[in-house]
Write a protein that binds this ligand. Structure first.
Ligand code: FDA
Length: 312
């Protein structure tokens, strides 16, 4: 990836924190169409509708109610309720066996108090258990990694199926993988989406990819259920080959990709018999998420700017 050394990425991530740009983008009339490519919509019903379509296409889903860095406990409460509502709706729609949820602890109070976030995450896990599905804790910037892994360990005492996320751009991740790869453990491996300093993260794209492959091996060698989250056309065949080497059959690990990114590849892998899970974000707070997706790929930025300036 190395995207965080890419000046365009730094610029877009800086813009993501700029209120003037945020307002301009959020209120532009065509934003809605562009946002819809990457975001399912704003409501539970929108999320269920997109989930139903993806499941009908042979895919599985993880749903993310958008929001992060909450410093307001009322907002954290609102997020918990949104997940409870969603999980109930997934069960009612008969979709819970194919769709789980992804949760950012910063959206449920982690910045205010780790115990508040833990309590809120417990409520979401309880609702997931009732619905018959699972929860994965997204990983955010490196200042939250230890706290998130502590909350994960606590949750796993009751719900061993709560999934972890590790990011190959962090120096620490290879050893985290070895530690997290035990029986029953679900671990998503991604490259990492935040702008991290060189003290903690690889800054060269090739080093991030090499680390990714080392982590693939560590997870496949363990007894857990690895979830490989990447769109990288070079990494997918490597994962396939390493899974073969480790005697892993389809179904003992999965591929994950984001909604709207390489949809044909998602369907190709599913047609080969792999479990492919699509990460589907929804909710009104789509701005930060969208900016990270644009920062990853200049072509997406060009697409977005064209749409913003077109007269459609
Ligand atoms: P990379 O960005 O290097 O791209 C490799 C290739 O993939 C590109 O050359 C292109 O062909 C294709 N591609 C990648 N992005 C594209 C795009 N936006 N549009 C079109 N093509 C694209 N991060 C995090 O820090 N914490 C988390 O919890 C998660 N969770 C998560 C879940 C899931 C299911 C996914 C897929 C990703 C995440 N991420 C994440 C994001 C992740 O860390 C990373 O930023 C993105 O997946 C992009 O990295 P890639 O591995 O795709 O490679």
């Amino acid at each position: 990836m190395g995207a965080f050394v890419n000046p365009l990425r730094s610029l877009i991530l800086a813009a993501a924190g700029n209120d003037v740009i945020r307002r301009a983008v959020a209120t532009a009339p065509v934003s809605r169409d562009v946002v819809r490519r990457f975001v399912a919509g704003e409501t539970t019903a929108d999320a269920i509708g997109v989930t139903r379509e993806l499941v009908a296409a042979g895919l599985t889903v993880t749903l993310d109610y958008l929001g992060e860095d909450t410093t307001d406990s009322a907002l954290a409460e609102q997020t918990v309720r949104a997940y409870e509502d969603l999980l109930g709706a997934l069960a009612d729609a008969g979709l819970a066996a194919r769709a789980e949820v992804s949760v950012k602890l910063s959206a449920v109070g982690q910045l205010l108090d780790e115990d508040l976030a833990l309590g809120n995450a417990r409520r979401i896990a309880t609702a997931a258990e009732r619905a018959g599905t699972t929860v994965t804790l997204d990983m955010e910037d490196h200042t939250t990694t230890d706290s998130t892994l502590r909350v994960l360990a606590e949750l796993r005492r009751t719900w061993p199926w709560v999934g972890a996320v590790v990011q190959s751009y962090l120096h620490r991740t290879e050893s985290d993988c070895a530690r997290l790869a035990g029986a029953e453990s679900r671990v998503r491996l991604c490259k990492g989406a935040y702008a991290e300093p060189a003290e903690v993260a690889f800054t060269d794209a090739l080093d991030v990819d090499r680390s990714y492959v080392r982590c693939v091996n560590a997870l496949l060698a363990g007894d857990g259920y690895p979830m490989f989250a990447t769109h990288d056309p070079r990494l997918v065949p490597i994962i396939d080959a390493r899974a073969d080497f480790h005697g892993r059959k389809p179904g003992s690990f999965e591929y994950q990709m984001l909604y709207g990114i390489r949809p044909e590849e998602q369907r190709r892998l599913a047609a080969l018999g792999h479990t492919v899970r699509v990460y589907v974000p929804y909710g009104v707070q789509w701005y930060g998420y969208l900016m990270r997706r644009l920062a990853e790929r200049p072509a997406n930025t060009a697409f977005f700017l064209r749409a913003l300036t077109s007269r459609r």
